[in-house]
Design a protein. Structure first.
Length: 68
């Protein structure tokens, strides 16, 4: 079984408030593409604008508009 070792870095981040470093941005970045890929797989239509709203999905299905 692999071991995880935490490294404490004592240098503050110049762009963060009070030197704080971000930790949650990277995992969040994959959510929107995953949702739009799931919609494309289910409907055959690729939605290219965020936020994805139910009316956009319905419009893409009815009109065949891939850019909704």
């Amino acid at each position: 079984m692999a071991e995880v070792h935490a490294l404490v870095i004592e240098e503050p981040e110049p762009d963060g408030p009070y030197g704080a470093k971000g930790i949650g941005e990277i995992p969040i970045c994959a959510v929107a593409p995953a949702i739009t890929n799931a919609i494309a797989a289910a409907t055959g239509r690729r939605l290219r604008r965020l936020p994805v709203k139910p009316e956009n999905v319905l419009g893409a299905l009815l009109e065949g508009d891939d850019a909704a």
